[in-house]
Each structure stands twice: as structure tokens, then as C-alpha cells.
Design a protein around this ligand. Structure first.
Ligand code: UTP
Length: 292
């Protein structure tokens, strides 16, 4: 089966970025000149996704507007002959890609957000993409790498990366059967364990390909860590009936939900931005000279 739909849960409160996220969605924060959600959507489209399903909330209307056409802006750019900018605005969503929006009434957790999109997914596998995990996969995006695995295995795939043992309380942590390559069968998964209880140092990052068997399990998942309905807990239940693989993807991931990694991403992307790279590296050198 081919995966053509992706769920983008964007209904969280983004409390780590307050006050910036009081009225503006965290997922609309820019890395240089593009919002995080657009990078996530580009990752998905490169992997063959054609139906984008956003799980939003009342404070996230800007996301809907970003992927809609803006007649006033477009005609203004056209009148002024700003064709390059017009192209940037018009190509945000390529032809053949559609968007659907569903509301999560209150932020009850990632598992609950995914469940809110159930009616838009028929009995088919789908991707889940978290925009605050910005991943520079190089030649192949993270989701493309995962799609390759799914095509071969037809089983759920979860992206993981090695984390520092002390950081386990921030991640879902997988228990894997070690292999000689980056693909490892999962035998257990636990949300935000204490470092002493973490089954490995592989943390789950925000890219999943899941089979639809997850939905009935999500319906039966009760609140877990942080008092939220955790996707991790439903994945643990799915493991009793289906095999699931962890993929240690190639690439660099930036946790843009955290301020420090958001700044790291901004620097990395500015240093490779065609208009900014040269001047920005000079600027960074100036700053570096001031730091003792
Ligand atoms: P996070 O836990 O990283 O985001 O969820 P958050 O809750 O918005 O941020 P903080 O921790 O308060 O700063 C990962 C993704 O899941 C979405 C978020 O919008 C984010 O993109 N999410 C989370 C939902 O859509 N609904 C939820 O109930 C929780």
C-alpha cells in the first residue's frame, strides 16, 4: 500500500515559547524566511504525500491562511511586477496537493490529536509529521527514508535518534533489537522514562508512518504521562499485534520547540541560505570574536 496522507498535529499550546505563542502558532515561527510548518509540509510532499490533514485549534488560523491563496497579496505583487515573490507565494502548495482541517477542541495530547483526524483517514496507512521537529535529511528527507522502509516492510515505522541518557524524560524511548544497520525492530516503547528506566538511548522524533490499526487503540488509550493521551502508549499496544520498526534516519534534527535548538536551526539554515550565507557567516565571525 502507498502512503498518501499525512497528519500534522498543530493544536498544542507551545508554552515553551510564550509569550511569542500567545496569539501566534508555534508552527508558524520562521526559520529564516519560512515557517516551520512549511518545512514539514515540504518534507511530506517530497515523500509523495498528497493529502495534508492539519489538526488545529482556534488559535491556529494563521496556518490555514498560510496554505490558502491570498488574492490581495498576489494581485499587488503582480501589479508591481514582483514575479519572483509571486512565485514564492504561489508555490507554497504545489498543484495536486490538498489540505483538510480538523479541530482538536482542547490540547489533550498528541495521541488525542491524531485520533481527531481518524474520520479523514480511511483504512490505510498514514504519516504523522510534527512541525517542531525540523529535519534536514540532506538528499533524502527523513520521511522519504521512512517511506522506503514502509514500501519494503508494509509495517509501521518510527523515526528515532540517539539521545543523551539524561534527556530520556523528554522523549518516547524505544526498546529495540539491535541490528547491523539503521533499521531496528521495536520490542517496546515508553513515554518520557526516568534515565534509570529508559530501555535504550534511542528517542522518538516527530515522524511516524502508522497503520490504521492504531485508531481503535487510541480510542482505548487513557491519559498517561503529563496527563495527556499519548501516541506512544497506543504504539505500545499496537506492538502486541503488529511489528513496528525504528529507523535511525540520516540527517540533522532540530527540536524547534526548544529555544536553544530553534536558534541552532536558524543559524544552520541562514548559513546555507542563498541570499544570506556569505554576509551571515561574516556576522557570525564578528559575534564569535566578541565571545571569550
Ligand atoms: P509538543 O508537546 O512538542 O508541543 O507537541 P506543545 O504542547 O505545543 O509545546 P509546549 O511543550 O507546550 O511548549 C508536539 C506537536 O504536537 C502538537 C503540537 O502542536 C506540536 O506540533 N500537539 C500537542 C497537538 O496538536 N495537540 C496536543 O494536544 C498536543
Amino acid at each position: 500500500m502507498k502512503v498518501t496522507k499525512a497528519i500534522f498535529p498543530v493544536a498544542g499550546l507551545g508554552t515553551r515559547f510564550l509569550p511569542a505563542t500567545k496569539a501566534n502558532p508555534k508552527e508558524m515561527m520562521p526559520i529564516v524566511d519560512k515557517p516551520l510548518i512549511q518545512y514539514a509540509v515540504e518534507d511530506a510532499i517530497a515523500a509523495g504525500i498528497t493529502e495534508l490533514i492539519f489538526v488545529t485549534s482556534s488559535s491556529k488560523r494563521a496556518i490555514e491562511d498560510h496554505f490558502d491563496s491570498n488574492f490581495e497579496l498576489e494581485s499587488n505583487l503582480l501589479e508591481r511586477g514582483k514575479f519572483d515573490l509571486l512565485e514564492i507565494v504561489r508555490s507554497i502548495l504545489p498543484n495536486g496537493v490538498s489540505c483538510a482541517y480538523v479541530r482538536q477542541k482542547s490540547p489533550r495530547g498528541l495521541g488525542h490529536a491524531v485520533l481527531c483526524a481518524q474520520q479523514l483517514i480511511s483504512n490505510e496507512p498514514f504519516a504523522v509529521v510534527l512541525a517542531d521537529d525540523l529535519i534536514d535529511g540532506g538528499k533524502k528527507t527523513c520521511l522519504q527514508q521512512m517511506m522506503d522502509v514502509f514500501q519494503e516492510t508494509q509495517s509501521s515505522v518510527i523515526a528515532v535518534e540517539k539521545i543523551l541518557p539524561l534527556a530520556s524524560k523528554k522523549y518516547g524511548i524505544v526498546d529495540v533489537i539491535p541490528t547491523q544497520n539503521r533499521l531496528m525492530p521495536i520490542r517496546g516503547i515508553v513515554e518520557k522514562p526516568h534515565p534509570d528506566q529508559a530501555p535504550s538511548n534511542f528517542g522518538v522524533v516527530g515522524r511516524y508512518i502508522l497503520t490504521p490499526a492504531i485508531f481503535p487503540l487510541l480510542q482505548n488509550t487513557t491519559v498517561g504521562s503529563n496527563n495527556e493521551i499519548q501516541l506512544t502508549d497506543a504504539i505500545a499496544a499496537l506492538l502486541t499485534t503488529e511489528s513496528i520498526n525504528a529507523l535511525q534516519f540520516s540527517g540533522i534534527r532540530y527540536d524547534c520547540g526548544s529555544k536553544l535548538d530553534y536558534l541552532r536551526a536558524t543559524i544552520a539554515y541562514a548559513l546555507k541560505h542563498p541570499e544570506l550565507a556569505t554576509d551571515f557567516s561574516l556576522l557570525l565571525r564578528e559575534f564569535a570574536e566578541c565571545i571569550v
